[in-house]
Design a binder for this molecule. Structure first.
Ligand SMILES: [Zn+2]
Ligand SMILES: [Zn+2]
Length: 265
């Protein structure tokens, strides 16, 4: 039983770490910079730990930037106000994402990613043999280590781990919790459950200052994702490598609407 619990929590948090740090804070917002090898390393981690539900950085960034620009409006790819339940929002989001990755969606003309493309890895990660192979790996782990068949109810979470995290954040982070900023959207800070989502549920703070890598603002708001970035930044100073989040290098805004900080209430 312990093996299954460790496997589930390990997959949950490793997949989430690469989603919040690499896909979200880096590829979608460019909140910090990575060298080529750092970018490649993070991309490989994203491939391995998102596994059967691997999401391409470019596709994620394009859809996410649209979410910020059109938050809770009709053109938002996943505004909870337009769906009766989280499942219907999840299915609609998946269709939009596939269309973006196929290059067929109009959002491709409007947004770009801060990450570097890696066509070979993206092709492998989005292929059916890879997705099915990783799914089979999860199944056989449960087959050998689950003490009884009831544990198999957790398997679907492994199959679609990335979209599960995304749906929880997009649904709860625009519906429940408190607001520090009176913005023109419905974003909220859902503390408590946020500890299981690495700071991602502090949506109201993040929508107010989307270029800041730190999502927490008040003493009772916790952002573990930022804690990891601070740790890496400190380590890079010790080892003489360049990774700086305190003073990001000013760059030409790729998406002007997204880099202007909105005033708080
Ligand atoms: Zn949001
Ligand atoms: Zn964001």
């Amino acid at each position: 039983m312990l093996a299954i619990i460790i496997f589930f929590l390990g997959h949950w948090y490793l997949s989430l770490t690469f989603q919040t740090l690499y896909l979200h804070r880096y590829a979608s917002h460019g909140q910090f910079q990575l060298s080529l090898w750092q970018d490649r390393l993070m991309h490989l981690g994203n491939l391995i730990f998102q596994g059967s539900s691997y999401l391409t950085p470019r596709g994620y960034a394009i859809m996410h930037q649209a979410h910020h620009k059109y938050a809770d409006q009709a053109k938002d790819p996943h505004a909870p106000g337009y769906y009766t339940n989280v499942l219907s929002m999840m299915i609609s989001t998946a269709k939009t994402f596939i269309s973006i990755v196929d290059g067929k969606h109009e959002l491709n003309k409007e947004f770009v990613s801060f990450s570097r493309d890696w066509p070979l890895v993206e092709k492998i990660g989005t292929s059916w043999p890879y997705r099915i192979g990783m799914g089979a790996f999860y199944f056989f782990f449960y087959y050998y280590f689950a003490p009884n068949p009831w544990w198999f109810v957790l398997l679907p979470v492994h199959f679609i781990m990335g979209p599960v995290h995304g749906s929880i954040v997009n649904w709860c982070g625009h519906k429940y919790g408190h607001r520090n900023h009176d913005l023109g959207d419905k974003s909220t800070n859902f503390i408590g459950p946020d500890i299981f989502l690495m700071g991602e549920l502090l949506q109201n703070n993040h929508h107010a200052r989307c270029m800041s890598p730190k999502f927490s603002e008040r003493w009772f708001e916790i952002d573990p994702g930022y804690g990891i970035l601070v740790t890496f930044s400190a380590l890079s100073k010790i080892f003489g490598k360049k990774f700086e989040i305190e003073n990001p290098v000013p760059r030409r805004p790729l998406v002007p609407d997204l880099v202007q900080e909105r005033p708080s209430a």
